[in-house]
Write a protein that binds this ligand. Structure first.
Ligand code: MSP
Length: 652
């Protein structure tokens, strides 16, 4: 029989580099859902990735004097590190600069152009660069972006438009016929009242001023609007419109697009309209979750961390408290669908109350008592009596409740069910007082039964916790002599065999002294603030300060001759040149593939910075930089000696 499929996606992240704990929220929830469905025996495809095109990236790279790819690559590695740290079990990490994605986006545009859903007209509107969003004058709030409140710029250009307005009635009908499509329910009202009722306008889907993007196949002076490029990732990642679309046929439509509430309109209006125009099925569910707030604001790492004395850096948080603690906080603390507050204190209280006290105590008390009274071998199950029935029923019934919560995507409720069993088991210890039973010869059988019931409850809780916490449940299962890979098919009470060796576990989550820790965090945040301010000041000084001839002399510039050139594999931006500089031959990678073909490059005299530290770009060694001039639109032209000049000559 065919296994049930489950295709789940996170939004693809802007490679901003300012990763904060709020960013981890969407992805950790998706990871718990993906793991849960894998444990149900379903065939899961879990997609995440990065959204790498657009004006924001183009500008940031320009500001730093590097190519967009040089700017993005390290940030993407950082993001992948962060997901590794949080044990995110994605099946594919897509980058919108992947060539296959770019080609499929071009085919999507071509198809919509040919069907008449994309047409050319004059665009005039307001653009918010940080949100990469377009607005009409009427939509602005006090002349600013209605989403983020920042400045917008008036833009006029000839553009291609998508006939979004045509699909408005079908989208309204979709919400009516399939209310499950967009959740929580309140988001439907937002979409209808804020966007559909006032009337949808056709959407401008191309730019000529932003060149860091996907060129349109039918008019290469125009580049795809980043949101169309980005949304398409959900199908291009499955090979849609590529040579091999088997994954697409297997997994589409997606079971769930999990997104933050600020990007619901892209996923619940624009995306279904595009899919309708392409004649493709719609995703089954879009969920717009709330935000993690700090002092009432959406997190922004640099601003908030320093202003409010909170640590928001995921690397730092995981380093201090561990992966499971950070995952637990994110999954448990925020009522699902609503906003929730993050403070260091709340995080520490959660760790102490639930993980160290409830779960940690249950595990250490249970394993310690089995070691103390039975030499580390599990006693037999024995007779069920007194309060046993209640504990056993709760432990056995937990899976059903957890599943119901997870069907509603509600991880906080699912965890509450599991911790309900944990608390009941702690209470059971107090009720049955094993330490008193141990003192009475005639109560040995009862002591054995009590400890067995506890060990079995711990085992069931550990299996249930596996989608949420990725390290401690495995340690707990191993200490009970169980397979760490145990799945939901092992949840019947009585699975543990008499005599299995039980290992005394040290506290799985050590208790944290909240006051001491908050003081320490305060100290770290203050010292970070100081360092950032110093860096900023230094950067400003460097920007405005004049340089001496000696400073300039530190940069070694030489004339080189390109003797060979090829494209860098899997990149449509990079060329790999072999450059002869006097007697020396160097390998250099440059982001100029959009402006020069490899054939054009061969034979060119260029100016090379020869004393730059070598780096690897897309795995290719780059031992220098070829100088280019750049105009305000980001077009590049090589800088060459104006007269014939031998290679190796210095430039001064
Ligand atoms: N690139 C777009 C998505 C394109 S999807 C086709 C984007 N990227 S993002 O990097 O800004 O956001 C990624 C995810 O992080 C979004 O789901 C966003 O809601 C989430 N979060 C960022 N800050 C957040 C909080 N403070 N709290 C919860 N989630 C938030 O949007």
């Amino acid at each position: 029989m065919d296994r049930k499929k489950f295709y789940i996606t996170t939004p693809i992240y802007y490679p901003s580099g300012n990763w904060h704990i709020g960013h981890c929220y969407t992805t950790v929830i998706c990871d718990a859902l993906a793991r849960f469905h894998k444990m149900l025996g379903e065939e899961v495809f879990f997609l995440t990735g990065t959204d790498e095109h657009g004006q924001k990236i183009e500008k940031e790279a320009q500001k730093r004097g590097v190519t967009p790819m040089q700017f993005i690559d390290p940030l993407v590695s950082e993001l992948k590190d962060m997901w590794r740290l949080l044990n995110i079990s994605y099946d594919r990490f897509i980058r919108t600069t992947d060539e296959q994605h770019v080609r499929s986006v071009q085919k999507i545009y071509q198809k919509l152009y040919e069907s008449g859903d994309i047409y050319k007209a004059e665009y005039s509107g307001y653009y918010c660069t940080p949100c990469e969003s377009m607005w009409t004058e009427a939509q602005l709030v006090g002349g600013k972006c209605p989403d983020c409140g920042r400045e917008v710029t008036l833009q006029k250009e000839e553009s291609y438009f998508f006939r979004l307005s045509k699909y408005a009635p079908r989208i309204l009908k979709l919400y009516e016929d399939e209310p499950e499509f967009l959740q929580p329910k309140s988001r439907i009202n937002e979409m209808v009242n804020n966007f559909l009722k006032p009337g949808l306008q056709d959407l401008c889907v191309s730019r000529t001023t932003v060149k860091w993007g996907v060129p349109l196949p039918f008019d290469p002076n125009h580049y795809a609007y980043v949101w169309i490029d980005a949304l398409s990732n959900y199908i291009t990642a499955l090979g849609y419109m590529s040579g091999d679309d088997s994954l697409y046929r297997k997994f589409w439509p997606a079971d769930l697009h999990m997104v933050g509430k600020e990007i619901v309109r892209f996923h619940a209006i624009i995306w279904p309209a595009i899919l309708m125009a392409l004649g493709e099925p719609l995703p089954k569910r879009v969920y717009g979750h709330g935000w993690l707030l700090i002092g009432g604001d959406k997190l922004s790492k640099s601003k908030q961390e320093q202003a409010r004395g909170q640590l928001t850096d995921p690397y730092e948080l995981v380093k201090r408290y561990g992966t499971d603690a950070v995952r637990y906080f994110l999954l448990r603390e925020i009522p699902f669908g609503s906003d929730g507050d993050y403070t260091g204190e709340k995080l520490l209280n959660r760790i102490n109350a639930d993980l160290a006290n409830d779960l940690g105590n249950l595990v250490s008390r249970t394993t310690a008592m089995i070691c103390q009274y039975y030499g580390g071998n599990l006693p037999p199950r024995g007779k069920t009596e007194g309060v046993d029935g209640e504990l056993i029923a709760l432990a056995e019934g937990a899976f059903k409740k957890v599943k119901r919560a997870m069907d509603g995507l509600n991880a906080p409720d699912a965890l509450a069910e599991i911790f309900n069993v944990v608390s009941r088991a702690n209470k059971y210890i107090d009720e049955t007082t094993p330490w008193l039973l141990a003192k009475d010869e005639s109560k040995q059988a009862r002591l054995g039964a009590v400890l067995y019931n506890l060990a079995e409850t711990v085992r069931i809780c550990a299996v249930l916790l596996k989608p949420f916490l990725t390290e401690s449940p495995k340690r707990i299962l191993e200490s009970l002599g169980c397979d760490a890979e145990a799945g939901f098919d092992t949840l019947t009470f009585g699975g543990l065999k008499e005599g299995v060796p039980i290992e005394k576990l040290p506290p799985v989550f050590p208790r944290i002294d909240v006051k001491k820790e908050l003081d320490e965090v305060d100290r770290i945040v203050k010292s970070k603030k100081k360092t950032t301010e110093q860096k900023k000041q230094k950067a400003e000084e460097v920007q405005v300060s004049e340089i001496t001839i000696d400073d300039f002399a530190k940069v070694q510039l030489k004339v080189g001759e390109v003797v060979a050139c090829e494209r860098v594999e899997n990149s449509d931006k990079l060329l790999h040149e072999t450059v002869k500089i006097g007697e020396e031959v160097r390998s250099i990678v440059s982001g100029i593939a959009k402006y020069y073909t490899p054939e054009e490059m061969v034979g060119k005299r260029v100016v090379v910075v020869t004393n730059l530290k070598p780096v690897k770009l897309r795995g290719v060694l780059s031992e220098g930089m070829i100088l280019c001039a750049e105009d305000k639109d980001g077009n590049l032209a090589l800088v060459s000696p104006e007269k014939e000049m031998q290679s190796g000559g210095s430039v001064r």
